[in-house]
Design a protein around this ligand. Structure first.
Ligand SMILES: Nc1ncnc2c1ncn2[C@@H]1O[C@H](COP(=O)(O)OP(=O)(O)OP(=O)(O)O)[C@@H](O)[C@H]1O
Length: 248
């Protein structure tokens, strides 16, 4: 079943055409890695899905509902309902600095969904355990390493029980020694069949964990396929040229 269906997605910043009629689907349990050179439009594409960017044309359908159809957005209430099905993890974590780890996790389920405190507390405990941070519930983000902050951000996104998790370069702001712990959590989520789209420069992750890779360049999806094909089959020469360049 397609969770996300994008067709002819277009986006420009003034004169600059950043997304040029992009079309792709994401199915349940897919782990889609989006790779490509800097400035190719990867983040803009991802942010468009959750309405953090306004698109200029095309259709974005989430779980059968149109966020936008032929460039026209649905009503604000419907947009809110649709975007709440997606959890986003940002490069710079975006935790609330004045809230503890536990409060960061529990804020949205309480405020947005009005869930009972006991349910929310149970889930925040479970999710902190899942990301290996059980003992850190009452500390403030400033006391955490970047890798820990990002694991909190992943747990926070999961608190809303999203149908799909979107990651925008989740390890790019981390020191190299801290990327592994975050990638490990993401790998475990993939093994549990969490549906994910991951914009990443981590080619190892794309290769080992993704079920499908989209290679973007200059606002377009140039090549796509399962990593074992995209990274080895000579037919995908554009991806391989990018890989050999980025591994230099
Ligand atoms: N708010 C903005 N205003 C104007 N131009 C923007 C804005 N955001 C992004 N751009 C431009 O849009 C293009 C695509 O940017 P985007 O961040 O989506 O690329 P990317 O593939 O994610 O790059 P990176 O890997 O470096 O993060 C770039 O040329 C960028 O400079």
């Amino acid at each position: 079943m397609a969770i996300i269906e994008v067709s002819d997605l277009s986006k420009r910043y003034g004169e600059l055409e950043v997304l040029k009629r992009i079309t792709f689907d994401v199915h349940q349990h897919d782990v889609v890695a989006v790779i490509g050179p800097s400035g190719s439009g990867k983040s803009t594409m991802l942010r468009s899905l959750v309405h953090l960017e306004q698109i200029d044309g095309g259709t974005i359908r989430v779980d059968g509902d149109d966020l936008a159809k032929d460039g026209r957005y649905s009503a604000p209430r419907k947009i809110k309902q649709i975007t709440s099905k997606m959890g986003m993890v940002f490069q710079h974590f975006n935790l609330f600095p004045h809230l503890t780890v536990q409060q960061n996790l529990e804020l949205a389920p309480k405020m947005v969904k009005g869930e009972p405190t006991t349910d929310v507390r149970r889930r925040s405990g479970e999710l902190l355990e899942k990301v290996g941070l059980s003992g850190r519930a009452s500390v403030y983000p400033a006391k955490l390493s970047g890798g820990q902050k990002q694991r909190v951000a992943i747990a926070r996104a999961l608190m809303m029980n999203p149908q799909i998790l979107l990651f925008d370069e989740p390890t790019s702001a981390l020191d190299p020694e801290l990327t592994g712990e975050v990638l490990q959590v993401m790998k475990r989520l993939a093994e549990e069949h969490t549906t994910m789209i991951v914009v990443t420069h981590e080619m190892g992750f794309a290769k080992e964990v993704a079920s499908r890779v989209l290679f973007m360049d200059n606002g377009q999806i140039i090549e796509s396929g399962p990593p074992e094909e995209l990274f080895t089959n000579p037919r995908f020469d554009r991806t391989k040229a990018f890989l050999s360049h980025s591994l230099k």
